[in-house]
Design a protein around this ligand. Sequence first.
Ligand code: SF4
Ligand code: SF4
Length: 367
Amino acid sequence: MLTSKRAAGKLELGAFPRGRAILQRLSGLRNHIQLLVNTYIKRYPRYGLNPFRAKPKDTSFHNLLFLRLEVTSLCNANCSFCVYQFNNRPRISMDEDIYEKAVSEFTALGGGRLDFSPIVGDALIDRELEKKIAFARQDPRITSIDFFTNGILLTRERFDSLVEAGMTHVVISMTSFDPEEYEQLYRGGKYQTVLRNLYAISESPHFKRISPHITIKTGKLDCRSQPDFIEMKRRGFVIWVQHEIDSWDNQITQSDLPDTMSISSMPAKQRNRGPCLQLASIAVRANGSMTYCGCRDDRPESDLCFGNIRDQGLTDDAMNPNGVLARVTEQFMNNDPDDLPDVCKNCTMYQPFGPVYPKYNAKHRFN
Ligand code: SF4
Ligand code: SF4
């Protein structure tokens, strides 16, 4: 039974580990409920519980769950499963004026989570990343700042300086702990660098708070028994394993992958579940062009693109009843798979709008 003792008017639970664990869980639950309320009730007063069922009538709130900023479209890897090798968008870093305009508009609309994962590219190539993070962090309406990286440049020093600037979470994308597989999938001979970085950041005093995740793409079904996998788990990394790859709108084919991996096929459950979660976000690409999908929309122009932030506001399109968002939302609501935007038709990254995102995000935000 949990008993507590009070010392000098303060609850002391150091001697009661179970009590402390229960309190931590309650605090996590409170964060989760708070985020659900903020996400679904406060932020969507006119949408009801499904933000896609009604049109906004008021520009004083927005339906953005997060803003993705492609701080650079350059990458220092050349993965066999990635569309970067065929990418024909300009490979550039985002200008400061684009960045500041996007962040300022987002905070003026209420703020929330900032995601620096490029559609393709690696945010750590941007030497100004800490400065950009610090600029956003100074506004309390920004609730979290995170991104995916291939980890090649994530040294312990860089990790610490990013956390000190305001980064709240990071996900490292790699293969299983096998140099040969890494060379086959990521190419470029950086396996040992990434491994060294993982060990080094696990020693950082910030490690526990940031709780870095590793996402592993692998054809090895036994990857969980690799010694480095076991050691990474022991050190506290959360590890996701993925054996199948999305085709990036049929641009990646089975011939780009080793025999042990396959292209995912779209599960039937992805049908009839309403608009994709990505439509509740906006991605501003490095050149300022905007799209509703920062996950898979890598083409210079697509059905999800809606202009450039240099000459229009972040939510101008969302507020237009005849805009791209209204049209695409309608397409998803019609449940006709053939009538979806082209980039969405075969996409296996579809995620329905539900409580998964707030749950994940509740864990990785500023206190
Ligand atoms: S998957 Fe990521 S790391 Fe690999 S080439 Fe594409 S953008 Fe770069
Ligand atoms: S279905 Fe795929 S391409 Fe379409 S918005 Fe969702 S993640 Fe993006």
